[in-house]
Design a protein around this ligand. Sequence first.
Ligand code: GLA
Length: 376
Amino acid sequence: MRAAEAFRREHGRDPAGVWSAPGRVNLIGEHTDYNDGFVLPFALPFRIAVAATARDDGLLTATTVGDDGVTQHAGPVAVAELHPGGVTGWAAYPCGVAWVLRDHGFDSGADLVIAGDVPTGAGLSSSHALQCAVALALFDLGSGEKPSLAELARWIQRSENDFVGAPTGLLDQTASLCCVDAHVLFVDVRSGEQEQIPFDAAAHGLEVLAIDTRVRHSLADSAYGDRRKGCERAAELLGLPSLRDAREVSGLPADLLPLARHVVSENERVLRTAEALRAQAPGRIGDLLTESHRSLRDDYRVSCVELDVAVEAAVGAGALGARMTGGGFGGTAIALVPVERVARVRSAVLAAFAERSFEAPRMFPAVPSAGAGREF
Ligand code: GLA
């Protein structure tokens, strides 16, 4: 256990415990979360672990250990003095969590040592895994009334929106905290209702192949905020609380219409995907995945050439469907592939990337795994 060993090296004693949280892929339901809509993620077998011990002086320190063994240090900072804008870079994530928990009565300091294997910059939510693992650690080390995991996801969202300064929705924290092994998690973001739907692709002769394009375009952050504002404006013009409530969107101005069309059609696709999975028919969701990708590419305009090439090559080589997953502008695509065609799809994707002189993508089977928890 890398985090615990690194803690011993850093602090010369055992940690009080180790907590960990997974990255995620979203099977479908992209850019719907901040529109009060539906999402359907599952947790990956990659996790960020936090080895931690409480401190009685109210100070927080954080150390990350990279794959290469290189460590980065942050703090000590006084939890009582944390404020938005006061900490930047990677340390804003753990400090933001301490900041939001302080408001809910968890104000003790701690030493945190963080290590994990969620690929960073791949759109697989490594930063949310980090936040969720830190939150669980600070909870167990402190004393205060613990909320439900769904409520905790909202607290973490607040720390990300207000402390880190990223206007993201609820998808990633909810997935990391609430997913369970061998299931996808259906979430109605407006009502908070959750349903664990069994998803065993292998039992149906299928694999979800993740294709990490290894690119992250610089547009990602600003475009995310722009899309979000566009959706809010569209809902306002339609006189609706959010695009979740939209049906008829044709009267919207030309720049907002495609955004609204994506959100309306994507919510519908999530409901149809969930229905197919409840009916134990995952083979039926392929077209929904590919339609989702087209809608994100053409209407929502958050794809990029590498993601499009990955999706086209996968579908062309026999995947039942494929789509970008996560915020977009790089990161990872997923393809639903009959197991006997996985080798062919992998070769086709590699060849398509090589032909365009793109860096070779990293591919791995995405298997629904356990959500966040305490390791010991
Ligand atoms: C990022 C955000 C999520 C969600 C997705 C797009 O992952 O963190 O809240 O909006 O993009 O579906």
